[in-house]
Design a protein around this ligand. Sequence first.
Ligand code: AMP
Length: 184
Amino acid sequence: MTRLVILGKQGAGKGTQCALLVDHFGIPHISTGDMLRAAVSEGTELGLKAKVIMDAGDLVSDDLILGIVEERLAEPDAENGFLLDGFPRTDAQAQGLVEMLAPQGIDIAIDIEVPDDVVTQRMLARGRDDDTPEAIQRRLQLYQEETAPLLDFFSSRGVLAAVDGLGTEQEVQSRIISAIESRD
Ligand code: AMP
């Protein structure tokens, strides 16, 4: 049970939970946001393209994202499992992921549920460069339009587990681990 996807709005605690989960399961943490931020700070062509889009709170193109994820999943450390964070975010990305992994699929997709007002407060408090009120609003809107429908996508494949994202990091962590272990 180690091909995992973490879903949830920005500010739902995905990054924090992923850091704890990779230690627990010994699998690589594959975050498209982290990969894009690394490209931005290295000043690569991809980074230059992505920065403007990220600052506006928009989504980087599906082709570009699918390309970097496919490359990353081909690396040896991802052979026995991985934790995908911030991907897939659109229907095209979810379809692309299924194709990449065929004939296997995802073992479990965990949705960390946190209401909009709570994630907005958390994002304003963490104060990342791209956390302006306009970008936060835009990301929540895109989450509803593009990413929330993926809950049905994973649910219809019988791999969705919804977890309450309110409470301490440890509480949320225990809920996620029980959701994963109850499927083994
Ligand atoms: P994150 O750290 O996952 O919140 O991602 C930060 C930003 O990177 C997002 O606001 C998007 O602009 C971009 N990004 C990250 N992952 C994706 C993805 N799967 N599809 C499109 N854009 C992405």
